[in-house]
Design a protein around this ligand. Structure first.
Ligand SMILES: NC(=O)CC(=O)C(=O)O
Length: 262
């Protein structure tokens, strides 16, 4: 049901002219450690086959939020898949920082009880001068990861993510706007809608922020498609007027990406 609903909404977004569509974290399953083994799929599998067809039929770039993935060795990951308008799988990203937190009386979550972390950054190009980077939810709290994407030349950073009713109101928007300003990039956080009957109650509030840190697309807690324009001229103008990305003191400090095994 979730997969076919996602495909309906993807087609709806594409029919209004969307060229890139992004789904939320864990859009095909409940979000919770006990659910991951039950709902995990291989790639290719039922969900990714449907997404592939959806991207092709609608001739769009599609970022398939995330799904619980089971790899060939049996390990589980929180994984996002990316398709081009021909329906080809052009990349995957596995959540790098697992959501292990304990706020007594509010929320305790330990993704690492079920999942393994990914070790690799993932970018894809929409055109010669438009590069997109991808990370998932808790990854937004790690500014060095976003800076590495900036170093790789990204213009837009996507975070399929499901914050909750404790951390969502406090941090979701602030983090998305911070990552946008840190790196003078467009940033989108794409959340499942709030479901009062779910074990994990998502904060919702899908949000798109521009290079200046302004929110240019947003919804509340209910299900909604959020639309936005990525204006690369605006990005260039802001970076020219406020050139702090090129004013970093790499003679004093530096950031290095390490290449690890998958
Ligand atoms: N669900 C997450 O991965 C992260 C989250 O809710 C938070 O950082 O807060």
């Amino acid at each position: 049901k979730n997969i076919s609903h996602a495909c309906e909404l993807i087609s709806k977004a594409a029919s209004t002219g969307a060229k890139l569509v992004v789904l939320p974290e864990c859009f095909n399953s409940p979000y919770g450690v006990k659910y991951f083994p039950e709902y995990a799929e291989t790639i290719p599998g039922e969900t990714t086959n449907a997404l592939k067809n959806c991207a092709k039929q609608n001739q769009i770039f599609l970022v398939g939020g995330s799904i619980p993935e089971r790899d060939e060795s049996g390990k589980l990951f929180n994984t996002s898949t990316i398709y081009n308008p021909h329906g080809e799988l052009i990349g995957i990203f596995r959540k790098m920082h697992l959501f292990d937190i304990d706020i007594p009386g509010k929320i305790t979550f330990k993704e690492s009880d079920a999942l393994a972390p990914g070790n690799q950054l993932t970018t894809f190009d929409i055109s010669d001068d438009f590069r997109v980077g991808l990370a998932i939810c808790y990854d937004v709290r790690f500014p060095l990861l976003a800076s590495l994407y900036s170093k790789r030349g990204c213009h837009l950073l996507l975070y399929p993510g499901a914050f909750n009713m404790t951390t969502g109101p406090a941090h979701w928007e602030l983090l998305l706007r911070s990552r946008a300003l840190d790196n003078q990039m467009y940033v989108a956080g794409v959340s499942p809608a709030h479901d009062e009957n779910a074990d994990y109650k998502a904060w919702g509030h899908t949000t798109l922020v521009d290079t200046w840190g302004t929110i240019i697309g947003k919804c509340e807690m209910n299900e909604e498609i959020v639309y936005g324009e990525i204006d690369l001229e605006h990005l260039k103008t802001v970076r020219k007027q406020l050139p702090y990305l090129s004013q970093q003191r790499h003679d004093v400090y530096t950031l290095e990406e390490k290449k690890l095994e998958k």
